[in-house]
Write a protein that binds this ligand. Structure first.
Ligand SMILES: C[S@@+](CC[C@H](N)C(=O)[O-])C[C@H]1O[C@@H](n2cnc3c(N)ncnc32)[C@H](O)[C@@H]1O
Length: 224
């Protein structure tokens, strides 16, 4: 059964081609630092010098596909730790022939192995897992240790856009960004009924929450 699943997986991977740039895989943490290091030159990857934007925790990619279609003049890198979910996104990219999105199957914590210079003008954190338990705060994608990683990827003045249904995560994120010197703007406690709703691209999770009438919290954090 496991063999069949593996074979099925490698067939899927073959069809995706160069859209999926990297799969960390289960043995990642057994590798030496040198082996983990895999820096990308983003202009080479995309074959042009267009601006770069990154989504972290892209899920099946609903947001990034809509973004990419609206902005063919931008290169998008979508990051997701769960392989199966990301494969579905990659397959959609092939099916819809979306060329300006590339995917990394990795933990966001390891991004410094792949982004070795500031290149992104924007990072998107859409409905990141809230990890409500205090003991899991280190896993939250707005924990200061992650924000330091984003600072290494973002250009000066670059921005992080966050949306969430979780008020505790939102409040935690405001504190985290502030403690890292980020300036906050465009804060909304009810994105869908705000001035910012017009440009909003609804993600998979967001659709679910909005249909239940839950408010969506959003902000933009500007790199110092
Ligand atoms: C709640 S889902 C939201 C998916 C999508 N952004 C949306 O709004 O529909 C959060 C996603 O973040 C991914 N994720 C959580 N922690 C991550 C990490 N450290 N690195 C990369 N992806 C992560 C999860 O696997 C999951 O797919």
């Amino acid at each position: 059964m496991r063999m069949r699943r593996k074979r099925h997986m490698s067939e899927r991977l073959e069809k995706i081609g160069d859209r999926l740039l990297l799969v960390e895989g289960a043995n990642f943490y057994d590798r030496s630092e040198e082996e983990k290091f895999h820096p990308f030159c983003w202009a080479e990857v995309f074959g042009n010098e267009n601006p770069v934007e990154v989504e972290i925790g892209c899920g099946k990619g609903q947001f990034i596909f809509e973004k990419a279609k609206r902005h063919p003049e931008v290169n998008f890198v979508a990051v997701e730790v769960i392989s199966n979910v990301l494969l579905t996104a990659c397959e959609r990219a092939v099916k819809e022939d979306v060329k300006n999105v590339k995917f990394l199957n990795c933990n966001a914590y390891n991004l410094p192995y792949y982004f070795t210079y500031p290149v992104a003008r924007k990072i998107y954190l859409n409905f990141s897992t809230p990890y409500p338990q205090k003991s899991y705060a280190g896993k939250r994608l707005t924990n200061p240790k992650y924000i330091k990683i984003y600072s290494g990827i973002l250009l000066d003045g670059g921005e992080i856009s966050q949306k969430t249904d979780s008020r505790p995560l939102f409040e935690y994120s405001i504190e985290s960004f502030s403690s890292c010197g980020y300036r906050l703007k465009n804060i909304s406690l009810d994105l869908h009924n705000s001035f910012f709703a017009a440009d909003n691209i609804v993600t998979e999770y967001e659709k679910n929450f909005a249909e239940k009438g839950m408010p969506i919290y959003s902000l933009t954090a500007v790199k110092p």
